[in-house]
Design a protein around this ligand. Sequence first.
Ligand SMILES: *Cc1c(COP(=O)(O)O)cnc(C)c1O
Length: 509
Amino acid sequence: MKRIEISGAESRIGQKNQAIAFCQTLWYTEKNFGTNQNPMEITSPKARLRALPSVSELLLQARVQELLPKFPRSIVLNAIREALDALREKIMAGDYPPSTSKKMTVSALLDRITDHVNKSARPHLQKVINATGIIIHTNLGRAPLSSPLLEHLCAIAGGYCNLEYDLEKGERGSRHVHMETILKDLTGAESALVVNNNAAAVLVTLNTLAASREVIVSRGELIEIGGAFRLPDVMKHSGCILREVGTTNRTRLSDYREAISPETALLLTSHTSNYRILGFTEQVPLKELATLGRQHHIAVVKDLGSGSFVDLSPFGLKDEPTVSATLRSGVDLVTFSGDKLLGGPQAGVIVGKKKYLDPIKQNALLRAVRIDKFTVAALEYTLREYQDIDKALRSVPVLQMLACPLDEIKRKAARLYRRLKKSVADAFEIGLANDISYPGGGALPLQSLPTRVVTLVPKSFSVTEFDNRLRQCRPPIIARVSQEKLIIDVRTVFANEIPMISQALETLL
Ligand SMILES: *Cc1c(COP(=O)(O)O)cnc(C)c1O
């Protein structure tokens, strides 16, 4: 029986090695794996490497044989090679105890192979639970989208749509018409254009209006946003010449005025999204900069970054200018992201004067940064939500989380607390505390929102270990560690994720 099984599996590897592998396997199985033979005599790394089981031997192990009908053979083979490579590296580095028996080695290899196969059979991109309280978390995919929006997205993406088809005329149309009118209505702009992301919006704007000419920027605004958006680099790639004015902490209108020359194409000002210069500072009000540009017939562009459509000061978030207020200050163009405070899909929006947007719309670069049907569908849907601001505050998840009253957050935290008290109180010290959430996404850097968190301290392992284990859960839970406690900020946890967290904690134990 055994003989038939082994040769059957082995025939898949190749006839030629069959007999040899067969004999080797029997030798391993009977002489080594079965006994807890102490391989103390095998001490040199080379000898230990030679003693490792081969790929074909591991293939014949029962636990691997169980994987083969369930997963593609290539994934199983890769997992075996990966496990062997990792062990070889460990042996070479001298951090694999020589006293480990062959049986234990094989068993550890099989664990690693099984784990690797299970992991690689799942999509690498997966849902996570954001328990950090950072609403627009760039590392966690920024803005989550609502269920009704996703339904619309499915209907559009699951079939054909009029992406570039004019249904009235029955001829080719433009993908941009779906959003332009509503963007103009919502912001009061003369014209609008949507590209792949805000970095691309800045790039095509500068490339169209300022290639080979000078762009004046305040030194205090030469920003780098997380993920390496460096304004000076984007400017270089757009082909324009950066002309810095002022100092890091103070730039005056006269600095801009004195730098203007026949070479000047544009005045660029940027939201210093993720930092703030405090103390002895001076910035030029947007209105004055816009007037200066107009006097010299030079375009003034504001890279707003977040681009909110709603005044967020009633929710405790001051100093974030809305897109329409920014346009009213007189600047010619404003650029912003679709997936920051707007709460839509990744996109870059340019709104402003027609005379500047018309040439941008003709730029050949647009083809390289154009948006697909997913973005058109999701952005148009999101923009429509803003036609009724009260509705948007309830239905756009980013706004919902920003505007969520503290009482409601407290109730959510209490719900999680009670569940955990019931299920895992033996293993953790569980508490409730007041804390702070952040909008994130480079938006509103110094602004914070009061929140209520659940704190957990494991009784039998470290908080760091706990944090690591939470990231291995399905779905992974991304939390914060602060002062030797694990912090779960429920502001960014959806209601249906509360039972998932308590279940994950039970399984993790
Ligand atoms: C976020 C941000 C960007 C980059 O926007 P993406 O949509 O990530 O490309 C550029 N400028 C500012 C001021 C930002 O805040």
